[in-house]
Design a protein around this ligand. Structure first.
Ligand code: SF4
Length: 73
């Protein structure tokens, strides 16, 4: 029942799709809050693995263009 999503930092291309689909779970790290234009510095992290229903997390996984979000049992 308690699998948690994980982002592969190596593979994240910082597109921010997951944070838009599921902001309760994912957020961009590695830059200042607010937008500087250097998006390459940011990576998505899981800051609240249980913040959303699994279906919603799975929608973020499906939406990730680099397919780098996965479940860790
Ligand atoms: S959707 Fe995938 S590639 Fe895009 S920010 Fe999230 S983890 Fe990174």
């Amino acid at each position: 029942m308690s699998r948690i999503p994980v982002v592969d930092q190596e593979c994240c291309i910082s597109c921010e799709v997951c944070t838009q689909i599921c902001p309760e779970v994912f957020r961009m790290e590695g830059g200042e809050e607010g937008h500087n234009h250097d998006h390459g510095e940011h990576k998505s992290i899981v800051y609240n693995p249980t913040g959303a229903p699994e279906e919603k997390i799975e929608a973020a996984m499906d939406g990730c263009p680099a397919a780098c979000i996965y479940w860790q049992e």
